[in-house]
Design a protein around this ligand. Structure first.
Ligand code: 15L
Length: 269
């Protein structure tokens, strides 16, 4: 049966959130949009709620009464552990726990490729690989995935964790030839998650149909995702003379790119 409760989007003032809002309203109707910062104006069919995800009571009020949840809120870059702890670790726990209490969901959660960023560009990954986070930010996403697994196994919740590569209008860096996910394909992935008969805890790679992709979603056939875009269209522009980068540079060697090389200090024997 179709869920007529409003859909909740966290992180609604962010770049992805702003792009998604009108499209989610068009697809699912009433939308409750939330962020820690004020934003305006509300679109027709939209209710805006300013809430700090680290505040469990505020999140409880936010989640009360909603159906589908798109949890894209939190910090999306590397920063101090205190900030990551409040925003991403406590924040994601508060969202999942409120969803459990209020019988809300399914949940689509923005994990990140940085949960597996220490695999190299020669590795080919599916959802069965062990997490290899490349940053405290990546650790928080790995935690969110583990939390999703726990809530699915223990309480029967449906949560899709999207290991989003690089969601942006166009690829602008050679790394993006592997990691890019167009906004339209990201929306297709969200819709496919909500259309799935059951998710349990499903790990998906948020990536377009890139010739140079490192990632496969073959372990999630229950999510009918058919990406339409391919970063290869931009290859001639991004690497006109072929890929001449230094493949021993950690920012190139590892899938997480600059998140790996930031502060990188390998063991010396
Ligand atoms: C992410 O998880 C970040 O939020 C985003 O800003 C990009 O850096 C992206 O990963 C990426 O790896 O390109």
């Amino acid at each position: 049966m179709t869920d007529t409760r409003p859909t909740l989007l966290t992180g609604a003032a962010g770049i992805l959130g702003r792009w998604l809002r009108p499209r989610l309203i068009e697809k699912y109707g009433a939308l409750r949009s939330s962020d820690v910062v004020e934003f305006a104006p509300a679109l027709p069919g939209e209710e805006i709620v300013v809430a700090d995800l680290a505040d469990a009571e505020a999140v409880d009020r936010l989640v009360n009464g909603v159906g589908r949840i798109i949890h894209f809120g939190g910090i999306s870059f590397e920063t101090t552990f205190d900030r990551i702890l409040a925003s991403n670790i406590a924040g994601t726990y508060n969202v999942f726990e409120a969803a459990r209490r209020h019988n809300a969901g399914p949940v689509v959660y923005s994990s990140s490729n940085h949960a597996i960023g220490f695999y190299t560009r020669d590795d080919r990954l599916d959802a069965s690989v062990t997490q290899r986070p490349d940053s405290l930010y990546g650790v928080s996403k790995a935690f969110g995935e583990d939390l999703a697994s726990f809530f699915a196994d223990k309480y029967g919740m449906d949560i899709a964790c999207l290991r989003i590569g690089t969601a942006r209008p166009d690829p602008i860096d050679p790394r993006h030839l592997s990691t890019w996910q167009s906004y339209e394909d990201l929306l297709r992935m969200i819709e496919a998650c909500f259309a799935a008969p059951e998710l349990g805890c499903t790990i998906l790679y948020g990536v377009s149909n890139n010739d140079r992709s490192w990632w496969s979603n073959h372990l999630a056939p229950h999510v009918d995702y058919h990406p339409q875009d391919n970063a290869e269209t931009f290859a001639a522009k991004l690497i006109p003379d072929g890929d001449k980068r230094d493949f021993t540079d950690p920012a190139v060697k590892y899938q997480g790119g600059p998140f790996v090389s930031d502060g990188y200090a390998p063991r010396r024997r």
